[in-house]
Design a protein around this ligand. Structure first.
Ligand code: IMP
Length: 442
């Protein structure tokens, strides 16, 4: 039963969208199963660039059905804009996009709560969320009392649900911020969301039933993770995380497909590290090197435009997330960004309280204290963006790739040297057979 997952192994923005777009050709279903409009997936196809927040990156290439399943939180105006924009560019969204009726809705009060609470200092820092209402929406899902799901928009008591919840949320917002002055208008919210309901209706379906049928029929399913495993609510750098299970552990829960259907996990990593928002980041380079990586990697958020914090590759963190997510192979992205550097560092362990540590710490204070222990490798100082066979990469780039693989304990199955589909090499034999040695023919 060929279920493949694509999971980010760092703090998000590992260029998962590019890989999903490439792999889709061999799949019948592409599934988004957690997160919401906090995600930003950029896919470059020839001259065209697509920026997606909600819709799976699989929408661009094939006839595959793209599903948004129960673990996702949905912002209707954002997805409607995306549908409109893709449709105007002749992408087949009407036929190929389906949204679960179990998905939870992001409502105006979630955005307000996110804005107010994001000012708070938690464990010494701001979380620095994307302000897309993600945490508050998941909080209501878990709390249940004030949750509203996609399917609720089509029920006779929808107006009553909105009225009741608006009143409760008005009180709540006033209690967390005494200066809160905005009056939420239940009637306006009801009208607005009824309009969205009408437009979304052709896409709404019971995706769980569909996927279980697909599993029974031995269909090929690709699961597209959003964010990265270090932002996982249970296993990441809590509290500086997102509010869903963004590591491999979230696939079954968010999609409704049993775990044993997942037969291959591809862990996506950048050749260095980045992080947006607050929280400890042991290998951060808040200096010229960090700025160099930011400039060459265009490391600015797709969703918020914020400059990303940049640093060296952290093998302690990635070894942890690769094991946690059950990764079979790595997809190493953005190798080209390091091409000008004379020397490159890899963090192989931390020093915490005088001890050498190779297990990823569970508490942010320990991670804050962690001093990276680096290994220095020689750079390759050669343009690699036109190379399409791994064996043609400069010797030092191959050595860097091999060292990462050794430290993380997983083979590199894919390497990427630029944003275009053609700038991809498949080192894994099975992938190479399916997709060609390089993607240059695509
Ligand atoms: P939230 O998901 O908006 O609540 O943000 C929580 C944390 O996750 C913040 O540090 C965000 O910057 C980070 N985050 C959320 N989504 C992404 C993403 O797609 N890429 C990178 N970081 C993200």
């Amino acid at each position: 039963m060929p279920g493949t997952c694509v999971i980010g192994l760092q703090w998000g923005d590992e260029a998962k969208g590019k890989l999903v777009d490439l792999l889709t050709a061999d799949f019948d279903w592409v599934v988004r199963y957690q997160g919401g409009a906090n995600a930003g997936h950029t896919v470059v196809v020839g001259e065209d660039t697509y920026k997606l927040h909600h819709i799976p990156s699989g929408i661009l290439s094939t006839e595959a059905k793209n599903l948004i399943t129960p673990g996702v939180v949905l912002n209707p105006p954002t997805i409607l804009k995306e549908i409109e924009s893709l449709t105007s560019r002749n992408i087949r969204v009407a036929e190929n996009l389906l949204i679960s009726d179990r998905v939870h809705l992001v409502l105006p009060w979630h955005l307000e709560e996110d804005r107010i609470l994001n000012k708070a200092v938690v464990d010494g820092e701001n979380i620095g969320t994307t302000l897309r209402g993600i945490g508050p929406c998941y909080r209501d899902k878990v709390g249940r009392t004030y949750a509203v799901r996609v399917g609720d928009m089509y029920r006779p008591d929808f107006r009553e649900k909105i009225e009741r919840t608006t009143a409760a949320k008005q009180n709540l917002l006033g209690s967390i911020d005494p200066s809160y002055a905005l009056q939420l208008n239940a009637d306006e919210i009801y009208q607005e969301y009824s309009g969205y309901a009408e437009k979304l209706k052709p896409h709404v379906a019971d995706t769980t039933a569909m996927l279980l049928d697909a599993v029974d029929a031995d269909a090929r399913i690709l699961f597209e993770g959003a964010q990265g495993a270090l932002l996982d609510i249970d296993h990441g750098t809590f509290p500086f995380v997102t509010s869903s299970n963004s590591s491999g552990v979230g696939v079954a829960a968010g999609s409704g497909v049993p775990p044993r259907c997942i037969t291959r996990v591809i862990g996506v990593i950048k050749a260095y590290s980045t992080r947006v928002g607050g929280g400890p980041f042991p290998t951060e380079q808040d200096n010229e090197t960090g700025q160099h990586i930011r400039d060459l990697g265009n490391e600015y958020g797709t969703t918020t435009g914020r400059p990303r914090r940049c640093g060296w590759f952290d093998a302690v963190a990635v070894r942890y997330t690769a094991r946690l997510s059950g990764v079979d192979m790595l997809s190493l992205m953005m190798l080209d960004v390091l091409s000008e550097l004379e020397e490159i560092q890899i963090c192989v362990a931390y020093e915490i309280n005088g001890q050498r540590v190779t297990d990823f710490p569970s508490h942010p204070d320990d991670l804050r204290q962690a001093k990276p222990i680096y290994e220095t490798l020689a750079g390759w100082q050669t343009d690699v963006t036109k190379i399409d066979r791994a064996e043609d990469l400069p010797e030092n780039a191959i050595a860097y790739m091999n060292r990462i693989s050794e430290l993380v304990g997983r083979p590199v199955g894919v390497a990427s040297v630029g944003p275009d589909r053609a700038q991809t090499m498949f080192l894994d034999e099975e992938l190479a057979q399916t997709y060609g040695n390089s993607a240059s023919s695509r």
